[in-house]
Design a binder for this molecule. Structure first.
Ligand SMILES: Nc1ncnc2c1ncn2[C@@H]1O[C@H](COP(=O)(O)OP(=O)(O)OP(=O)(O)O)[C@@H](O)[C@H]1O
Ligand SMILES: [Mg+2]
Length: 371
């Protein structure tokens, strides 16, 4: 069939901004065009999202909202329209060159146990502003069918890695705000997939740095690199039931409330939290079908040198950024939602029992026609 040209928009739990990328896809294979843009949120916008997350946590049931959240949704949608416009201009394209937009939206609540996951972003408004068909609300159908609603990138990971590696078993670990892994064991035509959120990614480190230094992140892991890990404290954190629980499982950004950091220097705190992310990734191996022979890292966490060093030491097999096989680790999630938008249009599954725990493979997403 004809390939669809799709633009994916991702704004993850790190609340760092919006990534956009364009791919050509039939929902099965993806041709990456290497056309992308990242537009960061300013402090004011990040704070508005943080407030929306706190407000949403007080709501009792899906459908409840507030004037502030409705206003923020509009503002975010306008910003996404602007990002689309900028990427099109930069790519010498017009809206007519695109078949579809995949619009993830900003997650402000994720409670799959209550069949409730909420990404703000007005799909109809984005379709109107851009003149391009939009698919949004990717996760609700999965949670309604009993799934975790996350992670959703695994089917895209499968499309990217199939036939691209000699290793019998690999793991793709995306270190965003939360970290999620897709494991693939290559047997037969389709690899065995297993995917789940491993634990924290960068969000806890970002929050620690903002609180103590005002910085948005521990750039390159430089602060953590000079701190000392308190092994007793780390072991205590790793006792959280989440790590022993078998997949399927997914996490709300604010699930972990780390105790014991009081009085610690900024360096030691950063070192402990970074070690926590790394150890939780290592613990994930227990839940895999086979231990991976190699790990490929995407997401902002792969820019954190200390984290990458610690991952290499603890995993003891090759750990590479996804650039090692020619991919763009900053854009994989945005590309994934372009891929999933095409699958949604074609009514193909976005998730399956091995990725979100949903009982049967299900499609999802909501289509908003431009005209
Ligand atoms: N040079 C760097 N050094 C250390 N950390 C970095 C660096 N660059 C990015 N990061 C981290 O990566 C984060 C952004 O990662 P990313 O955009 O992949 O996450 P996200 O938006 O939460 O996406 P998702 O949750 O969907 O995977 C930043 O908040 C920061 O913590
Ligand atoms: Mg991001």
């Amino acid at each position: 069939m004809k390939l669809l040209r799709v633009l994916g928009l991702m704004s993850g739990t790190s609340m760092d901004g919006i990534d956009a990328a364009i791919i050509d896809t039939d929902g099965m294979v993806a041709d990456r065009l290497n056309l992308s843009i990242s537009v960061g949120y300013d402090k004011k916008m990040k704070n508005k999202i943080i407030s929306a997350v706190s407000d949403a946590a007080t709501f009792k049931k899906p459908g409840e909202t507030s004037q502030t959240i409705v206003g923020l949704e509009r503002e975010l949608t306008e910003m996404h329209a602007d990002v689309v416009d900028r990427l099109l201009k930069q790519s010498n394209m017009t809206p007519a060159d695109l078949d579809l937009i995949g619009f993830h939206g900003q997650t402000i609540l994720h409670r799959p146990e209550a069949s409730w996951t909420w990404q703000i972003g007005d799909g109809a408004m984005l379709a109107r502003l851009t003149g391009i068909d939009v698919v949004n609300d990717f996760r609700s159908a999965d949670v309604a069918a009993g799934g975790q609603g996350a992670p959703l990138a695994p089917l895209y990971h499968q499309a990217l890695f199939k036939g691209k590696t000699e290793h019998p078993a690999i793991a793709v670990i995306n270190i965003g705000g939360v970290a999620n892994v897709t494991t693939m064991v290559f047997v037969g035509h389709d690899p065995w997939l297993k995917a789940f959120d491993t634990g924290p990614g960068n969000a806890l480190i970002d929050d620690w740095m903002t609180k103590h230094t005002g910085a948005a992140m521990d750039k390159d892991g430089a602060t953590a690199a000079t701190g000392t890990v308190n092994e007793t404290l780390l072991a205590k954190w790793l006792h959280d039931d989440y790590f022993a629980a078998p997949p399927p499982k997914s996490l709300d950004r604010n699930y972990f409330r780390l105790e014991g950091l009081g009085g610690m220097s900024v360096e030691d705190g950063a070192a402990n939290i970074t070690a926590f992310t790394v150890s939780s990734i290592q613990l994930a191996i227990e839940h895999m079908t086979a231990p991976p022979n190699a790990w490929y890292v995407s997401g902002g966490g792969r820019h954190n040198k200390e984290m990458m060093n610690l991952l290499r030491v603890s995993l003891q097999v090759p750990v590479e950024p996804v650039e090692a096989i020619g991919l763009d680790g900053d854009m994989m999630e945005a590309e994934a939602f372009a891929f999933l938008a095409a699958r949604s249009k074609l009514r193909l599954p976005l998730s399956q029992p091995s990725t979100t725990g949903v009982k049967e493979p299900v499609s999802g997403g909501v289509m908003h026609k431009a005209g």
